[in-house]
Write a protein that binds this ligand. Structure first.
Ligand SMILES: [Zn+2]
Length: 482
């Protein structure tokens, strides 16, 4: 008996396979006919390679979309003819309603589906088992199209992304839809764009192999200006449904994107661990850094942690609160700018003396003789009121930060003394995409782009896409697929 059932199943399976092949071959034949017809029309001179590839590209979607349809029929045949289902809400048996058509857009062309619909009157709930089995997106643009559009929009303006997507694939999305998708996908918290604690631990352990000292992990913090639209720029124009910024009534502002980057120093190489940048206030910054701390992403007992930044008080407030044992390093170049200002004000009319004083003072600073630098500043006879003010500013600045400026000790320990690595992080995460002529951003929009670009450089973008897809599917799912 068992053998008979098995061979029947095998027979049906073979029939399905044959039908699939026949359908695919028929689609290919039709496709070749269309292509041949095009070639005959192309005139006596004969097509160039460019003509040939253009013709294939133009017709490609018809074939590849059709192949996907054939695959679906092959794999999900039973869903296409399903007559009964069980309501996922009340477990009542349901009869299928007449099949309905839906066309979805993918990177390889349109895919047409005609599939049964089930509706439970008691639960007022309808569903398509095939859509759920295939994990279809609610929009007609499927996940592959959405992700491709999003990736392009992370590198270039939305309009340009829309054009390139259409030119390079068999899918199209308007710049408005790309914007919507980026906004949906970019609603992220810091931990969602960070690698896992286990992953980070693994990278840190690798850096420690064969070393006498624990590896150095640097926490670099900085703020960068993002050209921003004030909320008052929002408004509705009469007769228009969509809100548009009223250009004349508002003035662009620069808002601070505050960011941190954790990286490993491995000899002279920087190994990225993760970055997080958002436009927001210092409380939001602190909350994000606290999440990183609480999640234990940095195994503090296995590394030598240092924090490097300029003198902004909000930065050091959070470093001290959350990573009290981290070695604090004041960015050397930022610190030296105060001494540049003194040289300029004190010896502005004598460039040779100015540079002589500056070189000597910077050499002291670099060699860790900060008390000597302070002493030198104190005994300077100020040449003018302006010079007195510059000296005073430098002294006040240094006095509060003497514990952060022992550059000789920092260098001896192998720690960095310049925050170039965070500035370059800001350049490639924020500036490259956000600072374009004429581009002014609402914070919610710049933050979505920033979060996704952080994911890109943290190596977690695919994971972010996956989570987004899972969340959306769970929200719309009614049937459990076995
Ligand atoms: Zn029901």
């Amino acid at each position: 008996m068992d053998t008979a059932i098995l061979s029947l199943a095998a027979y049906q399976e073979r029939r399905l396979g044959e039908r699939f092949r026949a359908r695919a071959h028929a689609a290919l034949d039709e496709w070749l006919d269309r292509l041949e017809a095009q070639m005959t029309e192309s005139g006596s001179a004969g097509p160039t390679l460019m003509d040939l590839t253009a013709a294939v590209l133009q017709e490609r979607a018809g074939l590849t979309g059709g192949l996907v349809e054939a695959f679906i029929e092959r794999r999900y045949g039973s869903y296409l003819v399903q007559e009964e289902a069980v309501c996922p809400g009340c477990r009542r048996p349901l009869k299928g309603r007449p099949a309905r058509a839906r066309t979805v857009e993918t990177l390889v062309g349109r895919v047409a589906l005609v599939r049964p619909y089930f509706y439970c009157g008691a639960c007022a709930q309808g569903f398509y088992p095939l859509d759920e089995a295939l994990g279809l997106a609610a929009r007609s643009k499927q996940w592959d199209v959405q992700q491709a559009g999003c990736k392009l929009a992370l590198e270039m303006p939305h309009e340009r992304a829309a054009t390139l997507l259409q030119e390079l694939t068999d899918a199209a999305m308007s710049d408005c839809v790309i914007h919507e998708v980026v906004q949906q996908m970019g609603q992220l918290e810091v931990l969602q764009v960070c690698p896992s604690a286990a992953d980070l631990q693994e990278r840190i352990a690798q850096a420690a192999v064969g070393r006498k000292w624990k590896p150095i992990v640097v926490l670099a913090i900085d703020a960068a200006a993002v050209p921003s639209r004030p909320e008052t720029a929002r408004g509705t124009r009469p007769g228009r449904k969509h809100r548009r910024a009223r250009r004349r009534r508002w003035q662009g502002e620069y808002h601070e994107a505050k960011g941190f980057r954790f990286y490993l120093v491995d000899d002279d190489r920087i190994v990225q661990l993760f970055s997080w940048h958002q436009v927001g206030d210092e409380e939001a910054f602190g909350a994000a850094l606290r999440q990183v701390k609480d999640a234990g992403l940095i195994p503090e007992d296995q590394v030598r942690l240092c924090a490097i930044a300029d003198g902004a008080p909000w930065i050091w407030k959070w470093v001290t609160a959350l990573f009290p044992s981290a070695r604090q390093i004041l960015d050397y170049y930022h610190c030296s700018s105060y001494l540049h200002a003194v040289a300029e004000a004190q010896y502005g009319d004598d460039p040779a003396r100015a540079s002589h004083w500056l070189e000597a003072t910077l050499a002291r600073l670099f060699c860790g003789e900060s008390p000597g630098v302070v002493w030198g500043l104190q005994r300077l006879q100020s040449a003018s009121e302006e010079a007195a003010a510059a000296i005073d500013r430098a002294l006040t600045y240094l006095a509060k930060r003497l514990h952060q400026v022992d550059y000789a000790a920092h260098r001896k320990g192998g720690y960095p003394i310049g925050s170039g690595a965070i500035e370059s992080a800001h350049r490639f995460i924020a500036h490259v995409r956000l600072k374009r002529s004429g581009a002014w951003w609402y914070s919610e929009n710049s933050n979505a782009i920033l979060a996704l670009r952080c994911a890109l450089y943290n190596g977690t973008l695919e994971q972010v896409f996956q989570h987004h897809r899972d969340r959306q599917l769970t929200a719309t799912r009614t049937v459990t697929i076995s």
